[in-house]
Design a protein around this ligand. Structure first.
Ligand SMILES: [Zn+2]
Length: 422
């Protein structure tokens, strides 16, 4: 591990001292070829929820593309906690009952088949002190979003005997949130307006809610698609380029993240013909949306030899390409990316990277760069279709990836003798 990190450090140092190195000819990615992948994944296959037949159809398509470019292809299988919502109904009891828009928090337990009905007890933010003097045993805990995680809120309510938890938003609409693991009691999210109305009503008198939550929480298998191109002189040192290909239920996932998958594929096609000292692994991740499961499995099992990672997520929509690493993490590959972008004339902004597959590699000590263009208006919605993806953005991301990989994967003669203290 240290050897791998060390190699990259040397590379960065050399890049910094020789910024005027002659620009090598770089083969150009095609916007049309990249966009064709988005059309196939989001247009033909559609929503690609991990652990479903669409997930497997996407794996086959991606494996076929990489094989066609000449990569050695394998499916890296892993198990993950599958989650699906079949039905959610929330209503304030009364004549007539008042229906309330709600979504199950990911990994929420189900109610009994006929649902449940109980008194509503508001418990603030759901922190331990908020439960003092409140009787939630046998009741539905009504909790405001914020400060602690959904999981902690729901676990606090369950440990005090609540039969269900309802979390209300701090902004407009019903949020989709995850508990990270199966909860003991059913847990749903509702809007801020509905939440406040229920709090007021519960303070004025007795309020009962009816809840029906039908969810599936079970272990399933999925697979990352891995294409490997062996390095010429330092094959044991690996550069990873990746992006997730799964989507949330109901969203075709064109920008999130057929776009990043397509740009990674197009970069792979172009790089197939470029001899490089280090090995290149193109890893298309499954099960990102439920909790980075594919990349976490890959990064923890295949850490050995990885010297740097490039992640692409949502690169088909938005003003400008952003590059970054998670706050407080190694930025050496971000620095390389910034210099390459400058040399290629690609405008980029540095940012603090949010949650995506690069985080799984950072957790294993791998320096990364995350390429992203920001959240689009159709994020996790049925409107995330190919028509809302800009083909030239895909080509631009692919061009930057090709440049970064060529920089990281090259072991130029001048670099090799440099060793700290030697
Ligand atoms: Zn994504």
């Amino acid at each position: 591990m240290r050897v791998a990190r060390f190699a990259l450090t040397v590379l960065v140092a050399a890049t910094l001292v020789a910024p005027t190195a002659p620009a090598r000819a770089q083969p150009a990615p095609s916007a049309e070829a990249a966009f064709a992948h988005v059309q196939h994944l989001a247009g033909v296959i559609g929503p690609r929820v991990a652990g479903t037949p669409a997930d497997r159809a996407a794996q086959e398509y991606l494996a076929g593309q990489l094989r066609q470019y000449g990569y050695a292809v394998e499916l890296h299988t892993f198990q993950f906690p599958f989650f699906e919502t079949r039905r959610v109904e929330v209503a304030q009891a009364g004549t007539p009952p008042r229906a309330i828009a709600a979504a199950a928090l990911f990994y929420s337990a189900a109610t009994p088949a006929g649902g449940l009905e109980a008194d509503v007890v508001p418990v603030g933010l759901g922190q331990p002190a908020d439960f003092e003097g409140r009787r939630v045993a046998g009741a539905i805990a009504l909790i405001e979003r914020g400060v602690i995680t959904f999981r902690e809120k729901v676990a606090n309510a369950a440990s005090r005997g609540a039969v269900a938890a309802v979390v209300y938003n701090t902004g407009p609409g019903v949020i989709s949130g995850t508990l990270g693991a199966r909860s003991e009691i059913p847990a749903v999210a509702i809007s801020q307006d509905d939440g406040r109305r229920l709090v007021e009503a519960a303070q004025a008198g007795r309020v009962r809610l009816r809840l029906l939550v039908d969810t599936v929480v079970e272990t399933r298998t999925s697979a990352n698609v891995v294409g490997t191109k062996r390095g010429t002189t330092r094959p044991e040192e690996i550069i990873v380029v990746g992006g997730h290909f799964d989507s949330v239920a109901g969203a075709p996932g064109a920008n999130d993240n057929a776009s990043g998958t397509a740009a990674a594929l197009e970069a792979a096609r172009v790089l197939a013909g470029v001899p490089m000292a280090r090995s290149l692994q193109v890893v298309l991740f499954a099960a990102e949306e439920l909790g980075l499961y594919g990349s976490a499995a890959f990064a923890s099992e295949r850490r050995a030899g990885i010297v740097g990672m490039i992640n692409l997520d949502m690169v088909g929509w938005g003003e400008r390409l952003m590059i970054g690493a998670s706050p407080g993490r190694d930025e050496s590959v971000v620095n390389v990316a910034e210099q390459v972008a400058q040399r290629l004339g690609i405008p980029v902004t540095r940012f603090r990277a949010g949650a995506s597959d690069h985080a799984s590699f950072e957790r294993q000590g791998v320096p990364v760069v995350f390429l992203h263009r920001g959240v689009d208006p159709y994020y996790h919605q049925p409107g995330d279709v190919p028509a809302n993806v800009t083909p030239r953005h895909l080509a631009e991301a692919a061009r930057l990836v090709v440049g970064i990989v060529m920089e990281l994967a090259a072991a130029r003669a001048g670099l090799l003798p440099v060793r700290p203290g030697g």
